[in-house]
Design a binder for this molecule. Structure first.
Ligand code: MG
Ligand code: ZN
Length: 379
């Protein structure tokens, strides 16, 4: 929760940005929409939940398979966002997460940088500057594109060891995910970033030391927990940390910053991987795992009453379809691609400020409206 004052914040108005690969006419990006409502009450906490690759069909298949019921149905406000990036109509997760984190359209592969590769401040960094607690949780490595775009500023998502260094440079309060090797078994240099974080006062732990749920939480220290050496397993292979991680994170962050609140991003990363694999069972099991986590976060928000939850995806993956011949229990799936598609993406909101998220808008508006909900002003 210490300010990062050296930061140079380059405001890149979307229309003025020059893209590396200008596949899209900048003129097609309209100016930011006027939010549809004025806020009566600001949330203290904002939790952004990203189901990577989670389009409408992924949600639908998960819902039917889960007995025609998802926790997502409890969200009173639904909107749609336009997921394209500055370089491609079909975004990747790096550009998609940078749009959510920093409110700019950038090129595919960019992590927290504009089309000219200048660093752009993220909502997590702004929350830190305002004295809030912050956290990232993911079922991928924690240096993977989606979480990375909230904390890192590198020209390419593939620079994972560089992204890991961002966790030492930022005062993030909590992070839970895979990718221990990018911190302490590095090819680029001999640094042990987990040791460096411990020296900074973090409580550091990992899957080899203790189960996440058995950590005795010390709210006076930041917390880092690495769930795997590299990518976490699939849910079907036994990965079971997402829901407990969300519970640990909400409990920890709300105690860590009782007055000012927190910003937390939780990612169900592998719905996307099921889409890339054109594997409906993989998509559905990851979708249900993510929805159970949504249920746990809803329980926190219902008790807390000061938390805004926004659930969305960066893009759809697979062109996944529920074809004729399907039943609720057995989807007859179809796929148009093993990559992402360009379809509109749903947004679900619950809690104070939820009304801001109705309508159809650019993916960059997720950032703008979270910022509006928090009441942050440009500094
Ligand atoms: Mg991702
Ligand atoms: Zn993907």
């Amino acid at each position: 929760m210490i300010k990062r004052l050296w930061f140079v914040f380059l405001i890149c108005s979307v229309g003025a940005c020059t893209s590396r690969q200008p596949a899209l006419d900048a003129a097609v990006v309209p100016p930011p929409a006027t939010p549809p409502v004025l806020l009566e009450k600001h949330p203290k906490n904002v939790i952004l939940m990203i189901g990577d690759g989670m389009g409408i069909s992924q949600i639908t298949a998960g819902m039917y398979y889960n007995g025609n019921r998802l926790n997502l149905e409890e969200f009173p406000v639904v909107g749609l966002h336009k997921p394209y990036s500055s370089s491609n109509l079909i975004t990747d997760s790096a550009a998609g997460a940078t749009a959510f984190a920093s409110g700019i359209k950038t090129y595919n592969g960019a992590i927290g940088v504009s089309p000219d590769t200048s660093a752009v401040k993220t909502i997590l960094e702004e929350a830190e500057e305002h004295g809030l607690a912050t956290g990232l949780v993911a079922t991928s490595t924690i240096v993977h594109a989606t979480p990375a775009a909230f904390i890192g500023h590198v020209s390419s998502r593939n620079k994972m060891e560089e992204i890991a260094e961002s966790f030492v440079e930022t005062e993030i309060d909590l992070f839970i995910g895979g990718g221990k090797k990018y911190f302490s078994n590095r090819k680029k240099d001999k640094r042990d970033l987990l040791k460096e974080l411990a020296t900074k006062g973090y409580y550091i732990s990992d899957y080899t030391k203790e189960p996440l749920t058995e950590i005795v939480l010390d709210y006076s220290k930041n917390l880092a927990y690495l769930t795997d050496e590299d990518s976490p397993k699939t849910e079907k292979q036994g990965r079971d940390f997402l829901k407990p991680a969300a519970q640990v994170a909400t409990n920890f962050l709300s105690n860590r910053s009782r007055e000012k609140g927190f910003f937390l991003m939780i990612e169900g990363a592998q719905i996307d991987w099921g889409g890339h694999a054109n594997n409906a069972d993989y998509i559905i099991s990851e979708m249900i795992d993510f929805d159970e986590t949504i249920g746990a976060v809803l329980d926190f928000a219902k008790a807390d009453k000061e938390t805004l939850i926004v659930v969305t995806a960066d893009h759809e993956t697979g062109g996944f379809a529920i074809n004729p011949g399907s039943t609720m229990e057995k989807i007859k799936s179809g796929f148009t691609t093993d990559y992402h598609t360009g379809t509109l993406i749903p947004v679900f909101a619950y809690g104070p400020g939820a009304d801001l998220f109705s309508g159809i808008y650019e993916n960059t508006e997720i950032y703008q409206r979270m910022k509006l909900a928090f009441g942050f002003r440009d500094q």
